[in-house]
Design a protein around this ligand. Structure first.
Ligand SMILES: [Zn+2]
Length: 95
């Protein structure tokens, strides 16, 4: 219960930091969060393709090929961003 409350608070804090990225919050945090989500989407999709021959992005967005392609490009761009900024964001690498 305690953990759940902390988690909920964290999620609210993340959303708040996206909405109010200008003051008191590290400016690149919202971008990092968005990039992380995109990289997870891409990685999970690759896992599903490998395991079950199931392309979820194609299933959901296949009807809009341009949108599907934009998602793939954004996932790639997000991965590049996360690779470049990894060292400053990663607790293990920066210690
Ligand atoms: Zn690292």
């Amino acid at each position: 219960m305690q953990t759940l409350t902390i988690q909920t608070y964290r999620h609210l804090a993340i959303f708040k930091s996206i909405l109010t990225a200008d003051k008191g919050v590290i400016k690149l945090k919202p971008l990092h969060i968005v990039a992380c989500l995109l990289v997870w989407v891409g990685a999970l999709n690759w896992g599903l393709v490998g395991l079950f021959d199931l392309n979820l992005v194609n299933m959901l967005l296949g009807a809009w090929p341009v949108v599907e392609k934009v998602v793939y490009i954004l996932v790639g761009a997000a991965a590049v961003y996360e690779i470049v900024t990894h060292k400053q964001n990663c607790k293990l690498c920066s210690s």
